[in-house]
Design a binder for this molecule. Sequence first.
Ligand SMILES: O=C(O)C(=O)C[C@H](O)[C@@H](O)CO
Length: 255
Amino acid sequence: MELPRNAFKHAIYAGQQQIGLWSSLASHVSVEILAGAGFDWLLLDTEHSANEVPMVLSQLQACMEHPSVMPIVRPPVNDPVAIKRLLDAGVQTLLLPMVDTPEQAADAVAATRYPPAGIRGFASASRASRFGRISNYHQRAHEEICVLVQIESRLGMDNLEAICAVPGVDGVFIGPGDLSAAIGYLGDQNNEHIVTLIEGLIGRIVTAGNRAGILTPSEALARRYIAAGSVFTAVGSDTGLLARNAEALAKRFRA
Ligand SMILES: O=C(O)C(=O)C[C@H](O)[C@@H](O)CO
């Protein structure tokens, strides 16, 4: 078997916009439904979702009929053990939360690399290597692993260019909720001050030669962020789609 190509990683390096959706329902059923919806990537969240590794495995398998969709998994923390378990389950793209310094970014990259380049623990026949069927998996795995880090604090903003320059950081995602909370705008991420700040951060990431990403359920803001340079852009969430559309449907029969 061949090492699966990470089309998402190659696309963002080529500057090809990747439109995504956040998935917090922690369900392989909803992930299979969303995988056929037409997005380029789905974010399988385990930070703000009751989503654990065995469930993520089922969600990865639920995506297999749609190989053009990249399941991106966010571990609950930037931790080498959490990263190892997800990579061994077959995750090829990771979004690491709360990365504030270049050292933390370098640690995230090292956790995805086998020695001597990093510290990823060795498993001879995990799902990642398709149970030993992918020849030279361990030598080539890093080529098709994509490491995305989240900037979502004052310190992260201060260190943005240094983080962008860390070898192996393939993309830099701005966490609008935590970032706005960190600077006194808790729950107000659509405030014009925050939006303008985020546009500036996206521009800094692009100027630094890295690739910018963001999440917003606002179509207008998504288009502003894309215009500012976001190249992997999540435009909604499964929980938001389900809750708001269910409410609207119920309301139509209550009037
Ligand atoms: O800071 C943020 O905002 C994010 O990182 C995204 C949120 O965690 C996600 O749950 C959407 O609210």
